[in-house]
Design a protein around this ligand. Structure first.
Ligand code: MV4
Length: 513
């Protein structure tokens, strides 16, 4: 087993990895930029090395600095976390050259499975379903129009280099094709320096469901169930859960075996995730593979009773996965909120700054994976995720109730957080009923947050009366169940600064609120 692991990351994931190291008796070694001198991941490590200025291009993304710190400190292995260098095959190669173990897949596997187009080809060859469409980029608009006619409208145009919905266009009729193709292609050229496009049949209201896989160096590749990640805002996941509300044992097995087949075909070793779109008839289609540990891995850990980071480390050290596919048992339901320093009442504008006081939620079946503390300043240079709040329940309803309860305990002053967004989502009827799809949150946020003003007398329908009554009841329950005295309960979106401060001061008189 390794003696020392260098953690090439920051924030909650660096803290998460340091915790796994400790439990395995391995010394965690941190690296930090100028903006992270006082960060929690530095404090929880045995040693910490500065790697440059705040911009990640000059620190966390510089392979030579990471390898240099690992060499200097005598680390046997490097864990990349997610983001930064995690899916860059160059770090795996640099580790190999330096005689350091990379806790992740080989550079070759990343190149095969991490590339969207290469992975789609492997998927087709392996018999993993992909959305009907083209595999190779199309050069001629006329040929593309021909293909679209064969597939049938609506179709979606996607950039070969695309990601996060950039360079993606829905085309509903042939008349709109040429214009959509031009716009999407020039958007992709602008964003990625690559204007090549391909074409797919458009799926209405698909779900994003992904399969967690785990593979060791001894030929064992397993699936650990799915995560439902359909609640996204502008292609960023907001809530993740396991299992998916639409999953069946048969579908899980079919998707799991497809994911395992793909990973095997690419020579994949490590934890990994295979993303699928699932349509309303429960057909599934391969989307892409993430060749890393993911942000939302804790929901799988909570339902599978496993520690994926410890397993990654054991696998990288040459160990065998200590269980077989038939031993994987999923119990209950887990749900995660990504808590951000951002203002949900101001277009989710980032809200970095000093955290005056912070108290994390706790209690039964609550897990808080965070990277912050009272008095720490959230830097403006990085993604402002403060942490992830995860609740487990014996069923989905209990997980939701616990998560909702824990959100009420979340207390951080000095910065804005998106906690109120989760309180709205967890109270939404469609969400509670599991009726979610990839555009659900964007649709939900387009609707006004509060009821419309009452129509003129005489025109009120029975339905409107019932809606108003249910809102009143919900508000009454909120005021009753809030963890704060009524005078401190959630204020409306437009509130003055002094009022905020008064609430803060009052809250401080009730420690723990
Ligand atoms: C789709 C789709 C519907 N039909 N492809 C968006 C980002 C990219 N990774 C895949 N995306 C989609 N591809 C077809 N043929 C709908 C989406 C989509 C989406 C997918 C996953 C998560 C969130 C999404 C939000 C909007 C649209």
């Amino acid at each position: 087993m390794f003696k020392k692991i260098l953690i090439a990351n920051r924030g909650e994931i660096a803290v998460r990895i340091a915790r796994a190291c400790r439990e395995l008796g391995i010394a965690p070694v941190a690296v930090y930029s100028d903006a992270d001198r006082a960060s929690l991941h530095v404090r929880l490590a045995d040693e910490a090395y500065p790697i440059g200025p705040a911009p990640s291009r000059e620190s966390y993304l510089v392979i030579d600095k990471i390898i240099g710190a690992a060499r200097y400190s005598g680390c046997d292995a490097i864990h990349p976390g997610y983001g930064f260098l995690a899916e860059n095959p160059a770090i795996a190669r640099a580790c190999a050259e330096a005689g350091i173990t990379f806790i992740g897949p080989s550079a070759e596997a990343v190149e095969k499975l991490g590339s969207k187009t290469a992975a789609r080809k492997i998927a087709r060859e392996t018999g993993v379903p992909t959305v009907p469409g083209t595999l190779d980029p199309i050069e001629e608009t006329s040929a593309a129009i021909e293909t679209a006619r064969t597939i049938g409208y609506p179709v979606v145009l996607k950039a070969v280099a695309g990601g996060g919905g950039k360079g993606m266009r829905l085309v509903e009729r042939e008349e709109d094709f040429a214009g959509g193709w031009r716009d999407a292609s020039s958007e992709a050229l602008n964003a990625f320096g690559d204007g090549r496009m391909y074409l797919e049949k458009y799926l209405a209201r698909p779900r994003h469901i992904e399969i967690q896989i785990l593979a060791d160096h001894h030929g064992q590749t397993l699936y650990l169930g799915e995560r439902e990640c359909s609640v996204q805002r502008r292609h960023q996941k907001v809530i993740e859960e396991a299992p998916s509300p639409v999953m069946t044992p048969e579908l899980r097995r079919a998707m799991g075996e497809a994911a395992v087949g793909l990973a095997r075909a690419g020579g994949y070793v490590n934890a990994g995730t295979v993303e699928f779109l699932v349509d309303e008839a429960r057909n599934f289609y391969f989307l892409e593979m993430n060749t890393r540990l993911q942000v939302e891995h804790p929901v799988t850990e909570q339902v599978a009773s496993l520690d994926l980071v410890k397993l990654q480390i054991q696998i990288a050290a040459g160990g065998r996965i200590p269980f077989a596919q038939e031993d994987v048992t999923l119990r209950g339901h887990a749900m995660e909120c990504r808590i951000y320093a951002e203002d949900p009442d101001n277009n989710f504008f980032p809200s970095p700054g000093k955290i005056h006081e912070y108290r994390a939620p706790g209690g039964p079946a609550i897990r808080m994976d965070d990277g912050i503390y009272s008095g720490w300043t959230v830097p403006s240079e990085y993604d402002p995720m403060l942490g992830k709040l995860i609740a487990w329940g014996s069923d989905r309803a209990e997980a939701i109730a616990r998560l909702h309860r824990a959100l009420g305990e979340y207390y951080a002053t000095g910065i804005k957080t998106n906690v109120s967004l989760f309180e709205r989502i967890l109270a939404a009827k469609d969400f509670v009923e599991g009726k979610i799809y990839t555009q659900w949150l964007d649709d939900f946020l387009r609707k006004p947050a509060v009821a419309k003003p009452a129509p003129p007398a005489g025109s009120t329908t029975q339905e409107e009366i019932e809606t108003a009554a249910s809102i009143a009841v919900a508000l009454w329950h909120t005021s009753k169940s809030a963890a704060t005295p009524a005078s401190l309960a959630k204020a409306p979106a437009t509130e003055s600064r002094w009022k905020n401060e008064a609430r803060e001061e009052a809250a401080n008189r009730f420690p723990g609120r």
